[in-house]
Design a protein around this ligand. Sequence first.
Ligand SMILES: Cc1cc2nc3c(=O)[nH]c(=O)nc-3n(C[C@H](O)[C@H](O)[C@H](O)COP(=O)(O)OP(=O)(O)OC[C@H]3O[C@@H](n4cnc5c(N)ncnc54)[C@H](O)[C@@H]3O)c2cc1C
Length: 471
Amino acid sequence: MAARQPHETDGIDALKAALPAQAWTQDTDIIAPHLSEWRDKYFGKTPIMLTPRTTAEVVTAVKICAQYGLKIMPQGGNTGLVGGNTPQGEILMSLKKMRQIRDINPIANSIIIEAGATVQTVHDAVTPHNKIFPMLISSQGSCTVGGILSTNAGGNHVLKYGTTKELVFGIEAVLANGDVFNGLTNLRKDNTGYDLNRLLLGAEGTLGIITAASLKLFPKPNHTQRALIAIESAEAAVNLLEPLRAGGRLSMFEVMPAIGYRAVVDNIASIRDAFTKAHPWYLLVDWDVDSHAKGQALAESLLAPHLNTGVIRDAVIAQSDSQAQDLLAIRENMSAGQKFLGGSVKHDITVPIDKIPEFFKRANKAVQDIITNCRPVGFGHFGDGNIHYNIAQPEGADRETFLQNWDALSQPIFDIVDSLNGSISAEHGIGIMKKDDLARRADPVKIALMKALKHALDPDNIMNPRVMIEL
Ligand SMILES: Cc1cc2nc3c(=O)[nH]c(=O)nc-3n(C[C@H](O)[C@H](O)[C@H](O)COP(=O)(O)OP(=O)(O)OC[C@H]3O[C@@H](n4cnc5c(N)ncnc54)[C@H](O)[C@@H]3O)c2cc1C
């Protein structure tokens, strides 16, 4: 628990008095899972966890926090990977009890849903309407609408549908003074001034608390044809992107190196190798097509020329939904599988797609110059130029000693990314983990504008104050 100031105690008492008993807890057993995260990198503390059930309860809580100067950290599914979801003494506000579906409109192709609903809940709600919300993300059973909006999450369908920012009509949010901004529209055209919705997207809870969103839906493709393709190199993957696009039908283009692939298929009991032989790299693709038969024909016609020239070493074209699911499970478990390799220094970077091979060449050399036998595991959304460039510890090394090299290994990577006009955060955000790097590396004009916006919307700096930028 954080050491409490008298002022803080008064504020917490006021919160407890103003909110219903179901909307807060100080039970340490209930709070505990909210104080650590997926990577076991951050561990936190909070004097109280608020669990509001309505926007009105969020407003009540925010107004009291503002009055007493209490800092607030919003939390959704707690799957964030940059430390922005682990409180260090802030009031923790979990949105998990706000998960109502307010409206589904199949004609406008929209759903209005509260921020604490998981992404899986959105999928389940729209499937009966023959629609999709095109956010395919391994954490979708836990991560929430508020979380994906606040981090501008990416996932496996960005190639075709864009990041979360492209998938939202508007939001409802409680601002630092307790005002409710209502942008819950499903208008495709609205040129009435600044786009205030966008300001809060990717803001990681620093400008307000998102309480609901109007999300964009799309017609469900008749059939999705999946294939897992064995290839020689990262360069081969990049060279296949254009030939496999198939006139906009390509909706997923995910790449895995042998070390990551093996970490999954050799260690996770429910998953098996799709091939009889080992290969250096693997490429997982989806095409949206009209039927199973057309999917088979398309896959065969697109892959055959490259099998003949040797660019493709082998391929498994999914024959059924369950086989397609098995192939996706390999990719979805890349993060879980890497836990079997020991400690891992992780990066989520983007470079222009054609620079991916150069990035690997320079990055692998840079990190192995620092730690000779470290093992790069660069995988992910190559169709978006997004590489999860992780560096696993040398075999047999001590995990904690290796992880002390996090910054030493990261800086050369970020230097290479900068030199290629890339981004040090592709889809996970800045959080605590990359705050100093952003401050050091971003355009000073951009940082000044971010600070000015933060001052304007949250002058007392109560909204997730340790995250993203230092005032
Ligand atoms: C196995 C695994 C796979 C993943 N794969 C991907 C991937 O492919 N692509 C990708 O982009 N990310 C991925 N992630 C990261 C993570 O799932 C996303 O960042 C997700 O958007 C976080 O959602 P959440 O609800 O868990 O948010 P949290 O982790 O709870 O919070 C994340 C940030 O958003 C803020 N926040 C949360 N809710 C609100 C709200 N209602 N209002 C204001 N601020 C809020 C928090 O304060 C915090 O700063 C993965 C994570 C895991 C564990």
